[in-house]
Design a protein around this ligand. Structure first.
Ligand SMILES: Cc1ncc(COP(=O)(O)OP(=O)(O)O)c(N)n1
Ligand SMILES: Cc1ncsc1CCOP(=O)(O)O
Ligand SMILES: [Mg+2]
Length: 285
């Protein structure tokens, strides 16, 4: 698959340690259902043959969702499974060598921890850079956090796509977006959550809300959903439910304090200032 024209807002990386008892395939499919725009296989401790098997599985899965697959560290595995690209850190194979091996069509992402590394990766032809770890994280223990001040600097000076990574959760993502990130990446907050699809939807919701604030659509209205401000161009409740990726889900919708029957969604217009509760029932029973 060739995906050089890729763009993304939510980047999800695997982290098997975070979901004991749940299969990698199930967890990543949930992330894709929830709106992951790009997936990275990162398996630091697994034997290489196991990483290869996981890469093959994720190649099939991501192809079904038409989402790019990136392999962390291993160019040979990326090539073996025809992944869309690789992600390399400052101590991995240098960008120029990787580009010479992979050619111009594959995506190469480079980790950066300061603006000098970012500008070097950009000048060297990286397709995107990672900016982090923004916050301390157990996924890369002992790494010093770069804080949101590096996110802000990257937003001002980097012209290729950059993705903020490291310790990002639903509780602190707004600070990362306020600092100017348009793309965020998470491991533990997503694959370690009880409901990865729901968590991805919630991340996408924050990403969309910030994008709408930065570039308001004249047709969009300011509303509140589950206590949080959002902007939407949905004309009616049904369209809003679809934008939240909740069509077909077991939900109850309350608009301005009144519960709406499902039959009324399409006919109920959304007005500026509308307050909604979307109550999603997960699991069986
Ligand atoms: C999107 C993204 N950003 C940063 C990293 C970290 O890469 P690296 O610094 O090489 O560290 P490891 O992940 O290999 O431990 C990443 N994988 N993805
Ligand atoms: C791989 C990586 N590179 C920089 S921080 C990080 C870990 C991100 O994981 P988490 O989202 O769990 O903090
Ligand atoms: Mg690496």
């Amino acid at each position: 698959m060739k995906s050089k024209t890729f763009d993304f807002s939510l980047y999800v990386i695997t982290g098997e340690n975070y979901h004991p008892g749940r299969k990698l395939e199930q967890v990543m499919e949930q992330a894709l259902r929830g709106g992951a725009d790009i997936v990275q296989l990162r398996a630091k401790d697994a034997p290489k043959r196991e990483v290869l098997a996981q890469a093959r599985m994720l190649r099939d899965l991501t192809a079904r969702y038409q989402v790019p697959l990136i392999i962390n560290d291993h160019l040979d595995i990326a090539q073996a499974v025809s992944a869309d690209g690789v992600h390399l850190g400052q101590e991995d194979l240098p960008l120029a060598e990787a580009r010479a091996i992979l050619g111009p069509d594959r995506i190469i992402g480079i980790s950066t921890h300061n603006i000098a590394q970012a500008l070097e990766a950009q000048a060297g032809g990286a397709d995107y850079i990672g900016v982090g770890p923004v916050f301390p994280t157990g996924t890369k223990p002992g790494r010093q956090a770069v804080t949101t001040s590096y996110v802000r600097e990257a937003a001002e000076r980097v012209t290729i796509p950059f993705v903020a990574i490291g310790g990002i959760t639903l509780d602190n993502v707004d600070a990362v977006l306020e600092a100017g990130a348009k793309r965020v990446c998470a491991v533990s907050a997503i694959v370690g959550s009880a409901e990865p699809a729901e968590t991805c939807r919630a991340f996408k919701h924050r990403l969309r809300a910030f994008a709408a604030m930065a570039m308001p659509d004249p047709a969009s209205k300011r509303i509140r959903v589950n206590g949080r401000e959002d902007w939407t161009n949905a004309g009616n409740v049904q369209e809003l439910v679809r934008q939240y990726g909740l069509q077909g889900a077991r939900i109850v919708v309350e608009l301005d304090g009144v519960i709406l029957s499902r039959e009324a969604w399409a006919d109920t217009q959304l007005a500026e200032g509308a307050q909604l509760e979307l109550v999603h029932f997960v699991g069986g029973g």
